[in-house]
Design a protein around this ligand. Sequence first.
Ligand code: PLP
Length: 487
Amino acid sequence: MDSSQFRAAAKEAIDEIATYYETLPSRPVLSTVTPGYLRPLLPESPPEEGEPWEKIQADISRVIMPGLTHWNSPKFMAFFPCNSSFPAMLGEMYSGAFNAAAFNWICSPAITELETVMMDWVAQLLALPKEFLSHGEGGGIIQGTASEVTVTALVAARERIIRRKLIDMPEGEEKIDTAADIRGKLVALGSEHAHSSTQKAALVAGTRYRSVPAPKETNYAVTASALRQTIQECRARGHEPFYFTITLGSTGTCAIDDLNGIAALAATEPNLWIHVDAAYAGSALLLPEYQHLCPPLAAFDSFNFNLHKWLLVNFDCSAFFVKRRKDLIDTYSITPSYLRNPHSEAGLVTDYRDWQIPLGRRFRSLKVWFVLRSFGAQGLRTFVRRTVALGVFFADLIKRRPDVFGLVTEPAFGLVTFQIRNLGPLGAGARANRVVPVRDALTNGFEPDADAQYAELVNQKTREVYEAVNAKGEFFLTSTVVGGQYV
Ligand code: PLP
C-alpha cells in the first residue's frame, strides 16, 4: 500500500466506522456466534502473496462484525462502560502513524512532555491534591489498565519497605538474604470487594494477600477500624502489611472505602503504601458535587482511574498518579549503557521508562489532549453528570415496582444493583406468584429458615431473569454476588 492507496483506503475505513456508530443503537448488543466461529472463516495459513485492501476490508463485515460485542451501544449495560469518542479515535490514528516506543524523553520529546502536561490537566480537573501534580515531587503517567497500575504500585511498595528497612545495611550477600526474608513476610491488603487485580498483583509480586472485611453494615466499604484490625491480625501472625488498595467505587456496588478514617490511619503507618483504585468512579471527581472526596487523597501514596472507562478516551488509557515519583524511580530505574543519553544524564528530563514495568510505551496522551479540548471540562462534566442521573432515574423505576424488583444498593455513580423479587414464571402474562407461600410461612413463623429459603429463591429468580435478558442479545447486563445476594 503506497500513500495514495492509503489515502483512499483510510477515507473508506473512516466512512465505514462513522456508519457503524450511526447504526449502533439498532444493533443487538451481543453477538450470536458460537465458540470457534472464526477459524473456519479464515484460511489455514497466512497468504503467500499480499492481498488487495478491498478484499481485506470486506472481511470486517464477513469475519469480525458477527463476533463483536458492541461495547459502545446504548444497550450495553454490562461491567463498567468502556466509552469512546471520535476525537479519541483520531488521537489513536495519529498515535499509530507516529509509531514510537517512547521510553526515554529523547525517543520523542513531544510524547513525554504532552503526557506530563495532560496528567497535570487531568489532576486539576479531578481536583486531586496538589501533591499528585508534576510541579513538586509527584506526577502522573499513563498506563494501559488499572491492573497494570496496581502491579506497578504494589511492586514499588514492596521494594520501598525493603529499602527503608535495610537502609543502613551494606550491599552484599547478607543484605540480599535479609531482603528475601522480609519479602517472605510481606502481606498486601485490599477490601473483600476490591477488584481481583489487587490479589493478582500480590501474586505477581510474590507476596501474601489478605482481604479486609467490608460487610453490608458498612455498605460494603472498608472502615478504618476494619483495616486496623486486619493489620493487627497480620502482625500477630508475624506478617508485615506493606500495601493496601483503598477502593473509590468498588466493582460490585461502587462502594467507597472510608477515605477520611483511613487517611488518619495512614499517618500512623508510614510503611503502608496506600493506593487508591478509582478505576471507574474516579471520573466523577470532575464534578464539584463529588470533590469533597478529594482532600483525604493527599494522605495516600498513589491514585488511579481509567479515562477509558467513563471519560470518552477509548481503550487503553489509565491515569496513574503518585505523590513521590522517586518511589517509582528508585524501584524501576535500571540503566544499561544503551539507554544512556546526555539529556537523561543531566537529569533535566522525565524518562517514563523509570516509572513503569515495560520499557516501550504508546503515545496515549494525544487522545487525552484531543478529548479534553474537543469536549472541554464543561462538556465532560455534562456527560458524567448525565450518567449519574441515569442511574438515579433507573433506580426510581425499580422502586416504583416493589411487586417485581428490589433495589440492593442505592445508585452510585450510575451503578444500580437490583434483584427480582417476584418469583412467578418468566414471560408476559405470567401471573402465578410463588412467593406467597414462603411469605405466609415467614409471617406465621411455621418455617424456621423461611428467610434463607426466600433469599435463595430470589437469588435463583434473579439469575433466571439475568440469563434470559442476556440470552436474547438485545441488551447486555452483568450479574454479581454481593453479601450472598445474587444481583
Ligand atoms: N479496579 C476496579 C474498581 C475495577 O472495577 C476494574 C475493572 O472494572 C479494575 C480495577 C480493572 O480494570 P482494568 O481492566 O483497567 O485492569
